[in-house]
Write a protein that binds this ligand. Structure first.
Ligand SMILES: Cc1cc2nc3c(=O)[nH]c(=O)nc-3n(C[C@H](O)[C@H](O)[C@H](O)COP(=O)(O)OP(=O)(O)OC[C@H]3O[C@@H](n4cnc5c(N)ncnc54)[C@H](O)[C@@H]3O)c2cc1C
Length: 412
């Protein structure tokens, strides 16, 4: 087997794949159409969601969706022009919301979540990027007893997968986080959840370390492949062609057309999330906060408090609808009444999501010299390190730390 790898996409997943391949001794090149870490990885909520085995589609989703789509303050948005494109995704998602499927999906997600730390720790240490990571836990908050009762199955799934949780009342939650509104009546403290205070700077630090260790970053957009009898031999980019020995597609939501060109169809959709940044809020947060009623997250970042959320199904590159960012901002101000004024910035990023809430990690079913690593939906920051490690193990012909059967590219 030839020893050089070309990784397409320098988001957190691509950069972690590149670094782990490098650690296995391969010569690695990253090809990125923009700047490393500027895709979905740029503006996420920053939580290493080790307590997040719960999938997107839970039992009862079919009843909730129509109401959510009609509610202007709901996190779920669907561009009507995108309905025909997204319909198969939604139908498959509903099929995956059956309890037996949810149990299997949660177990598969958990199999990756168990290894988040060992996937990241060596990369963070190599890069000296410890200052971007903190370990102060997450607080999940509820503003009604009904919302808390509605989360019983999701909490039980977590508990059964060994997640440590402490149940608090509203006052106990405000003792931990005085900035929370009086409307908070219940909370679940998840002390073992870590976070980054800047996902973009973390990704940049890992990418810089990759270059320091002899890796090459080529700025070009991959348009397609030249394919020989044993797989892709060249990538065709907007600036010319490049010879490749082995390729990894890690281009986030944009992986779908690239995988298709290599003969594998995947139902990858853009689940577009938004954030707003309050640069100088005048107070801090001790923990990351997730509001279950509002489906938003709040976190103290390097540059201020970030409020993020929403799931808008639309084409990945369609213009952002900043009214959704404004909705996230309104929710944030209601949950943290001390947040005042206009945000310093607003952002949209496309989560790469499959309808079964699992990434694709594995070798291309058609070509032995092609590997896939994409579709990490709400957990791409969390799972990037272990994904990179698994790709590198596969590439080196080693047994993989995690059974990759649930993540096969040809499972759809
Ligand atoms: C609002 C929000 C909050 C989130 N919160 C969390 C969280 O708290 N925890 C968590 O774990 N996850 C979270 N996520 C999800 C996480 O951000 C994503 O799953 C993750 O960033 C996906 O990483 P990626 O590397 O696969 O994709 P991306 O970061 O999108 O990277 C893909 C890269 O590929 C490049 N590319 C694409 N096509 C080509 C091409 N043809 N040629 C060359 N380059 C190409 C792109 O320019 C891009 O840089 C959140 C997401 C959002 C939107």
């Amino acid at each position: 087997m030839s020893q050089s790898f070309t990784v397409i996409g320098a988001g957190l997943v691509g950069v972690c794949c590149a670094r782990h391949l490098q650690r296995e001794g391969f010569k690695v090149r990253l090809v990125e159409k923009g700047e490393p870490g500027r895709g979905a990885s740029f503006g996420n909520a920053g939580s290493f969601g080790t307590a997040s085995c719960v999938p997107f589609a839970m039992p009862g989703i079919l009843k909730k969706v129509p109401k959510m789509l009609l509610d202007s303050e709901s996190p779920l948005k669907l561009r009507w022009s995108h309905v025909p494109g997204a319909l198969p995704w939604f139908l498959s998602s509903i099929a995956n919301s059956r309890r037996a499927r949810v149990e299997a999906i949660a177990a598969a997600r958990q199999s990756l979540l168990l290894h988040v730390h060992e996937g990241y720790a060596p990369l963070i240490e190599d890069a000296g990027a410890e200052q971007w990571v903190k370990g102060d836990g997450l607080l999940m908050v509820f503003e009604s007893e009904a919302a808390f009762a509605g989360a019983a199955y999701a909490l039980d799934l977590r508990r059964r997968h060994g997640v440590h949780m402490d149940i608090l009342d509203g006052n106990e939650a405000r003792q931990i986080e005085p900035a929370l509104a009086k409307t908070v009546v219940r909370a679940v403290s998840l002390p073992d959840v870590h976070r980054t205070i800047d996902p973009f700077r973390l990704c940049s630090a890992l990418a810089q370390d990759f270059v320091r260790r002899g890796g090459e970053i080529v700025q070009a957009e991959v348009k397609g492949f030249e394919i020989g009898p044993s797989g892709p031999t060249k990538i065709v980019t907007d600036t010319g062609t490049l010879d490749v020995d082995q390729v990894v597609i890690a281009a986030g939501v944009w992986s779908r057309p690239l995988a298709k060109q290599l003969g594998t169809a995947v139902p990858l959709e853009a689940e577009r999330g938004y954030h707003v940044m309050f640069a100088d809020p005048g107070f801090g947060l001790r923990r990351a906060i997730t509001s279950v009623d509002r489906s938003i997250s709040l976190a103290d970042m390097h540059d201020g408090i970030r409020a993020s959320g929403a799931a808008e199904f639309a084409a990945p590159d369609a213009a952002p609808d900043m009214r959704i960012a404004d909705m996230v901002m309104r929710h944030a101000k209601q949950l943290l009444p001390g947040l005042k004024g206009e945000p310093a910035s607003k952002w949209m990023g496309p989560r790469p999501s499959h309808p079964d809430s699992k990434p694709v990690i594995g070798r291309s079913p058609r070509h032995r010299n092609a590997f896939f690593a994409f579709g990490h939906d709400h957990l791409g920051l969390t799972m990037a390190g272990i994904t990179g490690r698994l790709v590198a193990e596969l590439a080196a012909g080693k047994p993989t730390t995690v059974d990759l059967a649930p993540f096969r590219p040809d499972r759809f």
